[in-house]
Design a protein around this ligand. Sequence first.
Ligand code: SF4
Length: 293
Amino acid sequence: MDSATAYLELTEHRHYQYRGCAPVPADIADFPGQALGDPALSIDAWSTPDRAEGDMEPQKVRIARERRAAAACGGCPVLAQCRAYANAETPGGRLAEPDGIWGGQLALDRHRALIKRRTAAPAAAGVVEDVPEARTAQKQAVLRALARETDEELVAYRAGMDVRTANWHRSLLCGLLGLDKDTATRQQLLNTARRLNLLPKGIRIRPDGRWPIVAAPSGDGVRQRRIAPDMPCQVVLPGYQHLPRTTPSSPAAGPTRASGDGARRGLRLVRPAAVQLPLFTDPGAVAVLGRAA
Ligand code: SF4
């Protein structure tokens, strides 16, 4: 349903005047703008208050206001029509109501639902939708780098930005493509990007191997361990191939985080049992490890 039709269905509903966010008639209201659905609320509770720059609404106040307004929506006689209208898309492909609380939903919920519809639709109908926000030069660079590399530092290097910025873009991409930032893997992100034509045709995606790399890793490897708790952490040495992702011989040994010079040079997550490979017969690697120690 288009947004104009949905708007008419809402505003011409015979119970529209009794909606929860309608003002109580001035002659019986306790205060101006008192909301019909919750006498303690103002009708302004459904939208973000205008404030001077730097004078943000405190988080606790905002959450309490939003919860109360959404609860009032629960008893609204036109909730279904209101939600359908707020989630409808304009001819320009935007949400009819991108801000505020409508139909008991926060703006974030509606944006998430929109992204979900857009990413689910191609699989169902074989049609590729577009996500214009994911087509910026930086996000495209991160996606191409992510297809070629599995290490976050090499991804950042190939994308021409620092690791933090690259991870931030990866996290944003997860949100834009409707993936869970905490659990989405690199392969899931790239597969979704490929399905939406965000990657150049024919680009080869380097496989993760047995280790599912998180799409937007945390610096201490927490997300990696959450999605693959039984897998070892890896040693990263600049200029060298990744170590094979083998299970360590001593399962009792837990991952530890390298510190000091080693961490700065790229010796990041070390599982002692995994440091046993022919790589360390290479004099260059031994020299790097010596300096890192
Ligand atoms: S469902 Fe819509 S019309 Fe009803 S109270 Fe909530 S925002 Fe207002």
